[in-house]
Design a protein. Structure first.
Length: 245
């Protein structure tokens, strides 16, 4: 069964001076989930926001809060993010020595559990926790900042993780440098959930955000449809090099 495409704008790229309004704007613009990038200045070289901000923005939308914890240690903060209103809590496989325990703790809090891999981390790192997760997040930039370029090296990892998932009810999310120009090749590789920050929060308000979200969604859907070449009996796929900037 193929999951429908989910677009999850990252609020790291929003105007922090008007965060509640920005979230209401992407909600109205068609965002499926709200991706919340939590950074501690230790696991990643940047500091963003914590559980109190998640709690403050929770009333701004009823959409799913997809909380990406780029922090270490992480176990001691899970309950705070769960209470603040997170729906999905994703931890990094690299954040500590006891990933299986962290994922069990997230589910014990009644939340969906996600695991994220930095670009240098092989998919083997999650081989023994597939039955502990509802989401696998592949980083296609080195985490810490929005506006970076997509790392094409991660497409093979996405393909391999799609194969590992098999028919398990797990979403495959991609995060970092995703745009309307590479969303097709990302979806073709097997991703069904696309995070985008700078590619969504450009322009001025909800109408522009809606166009940006729709363009990424249409591109991702196009990547899932085999391309029929004129006169060809079998579908062919667009070459990846044409799509990844
Ligand atoms: C980076 C964050 C990403 C980032 C995406 O560490 O995890 O979610 O904000 O932003 P763009 O889409 O601008 O690369
Ligand atoms: Zn993220």
């Amino acid at each position: 069964m193929t999951n429908e495409i989910i677009i999850a704008p990252s609020i790291l790229a929003a105007n922090f001076a008007r965060l509640g309004e920005e979230i209401a704007a992407i909600d109205a613009a068609g965002a499926d989930w709200i991706h919340c990038d939590v950074m501690d200045g230790h696991f990643v070289p940047n500091i963003s926001f914590g559980a109190d901000v998640i709690k403050a923005i929770r009333p701004s939308t009823s959409k799913t809060f997809d909380v990406h914890l780029m922090i270490t240690p992480v176990d001691c903060y899970l309950e705070a993010f769960a209470k603040a209103g997170a729906d999905i809590i994703t931890v990094h496989a690299e954040a500590g020595p006891h990933l299986d325990r962290s994922l069990q703790a997230i589910r014990a809090l009644g939340k969906k559990a996600g695991v994220s891999l930095c670009p240098a981390t092989p998919e083997a790192a999650i081989e023994y926790v597939l039955d502990r997760v509802d989401l696998i997040l592949v980083m296609t930039v080195n985490p810490g900042f929005g506006g970076q370029s997509f790392l094409g090296s991660q497409l093979e990892k996405i393909r391999r993780i799609r194969a590992m998932i098999g028919d398990r009810p797990i979403r495959l999310e991609v995060d970092g440098g995703v745009t309307r120009d590479n969303a097709a090749v990302v979806a073709a590789a097997g991703a069904d959930t696309l995070v985008a920050g700078s590619a969504v929060f450009r322009g001025n308000g909800s109408a522009d955000y809606a166009n940006n979200i729709a363009a990424i969604r249409v591109a991702a859907e196009s990547g899932r449809v085999p391309k029929l070449q004129y006169g060809s009996a079998s579908p062919v796929r667009t070459s990846e090099s044409e799509l990844v900037r």
